[in-house]
Design a protein around this ligand. Structure first.
Ligand code: 5GP
Length: 112
């Protein structure tokens, strides 16, 4: 089982900021910004290459969760970044699709 499936199953501890039946948002273990959350579907999907028509809503659901969390954490007005890494050239480390939500200070023009 992959590490984010273990996080979703609570076999691995994480600091959870949001959870519902299908999704979870938890703090990155190695944060690259003052606020660095990872939003995942509980369903195991490796990355965007694995998304098909039946999964299409997952990306918009994750974006909506990101927006709501940005507001909850008070960074909606100051700004934030969402990133999905896909495959080796992106530096994807964990092959369970996740949306990074980064904010809390000026992020500059580098992705992170
Ligand atoms: P990727 O490079 O795959 O887009 O990002 C994976 C992210 O997961 C990295 O920022 C890394 O710090 C984070 N990460 C890796 N293992 C764990 C873990 O066990 N728990 C948490 N909370 N984050 C993790």
């Amino acid at each position: 089982m992959c590490i984010f499936c273990k996080v979703a199953n609570k076999e691995l501890p994480s600091k959870i900021e949001y959870e519902d039946e299908k999704y979870m948002a938890f703090y990155d273990i190695n944060p690259k910004a003052p606020i660095h959350l990872l939003i995942i579907p509980k369903k195991h999907i490796e990355n965007l290459n694995d998304i098909d028509e039946s999964d299409i809503g997952i990306i918009s659901d994750m974006a909506l969760i990101a927006k709501n969390l940005a507001k909850k954490l008070g960074i909606d007005k100051s700004g934030y970044r969402v990133v999905i890494n896909n495959g080796p050239d992106s530096g994807q480390e964990v092959y369970h699709i996740h949306m990074h939500l980064l904010g809390g200070n000026f992020l500059g023009s580098k992705l992170f």
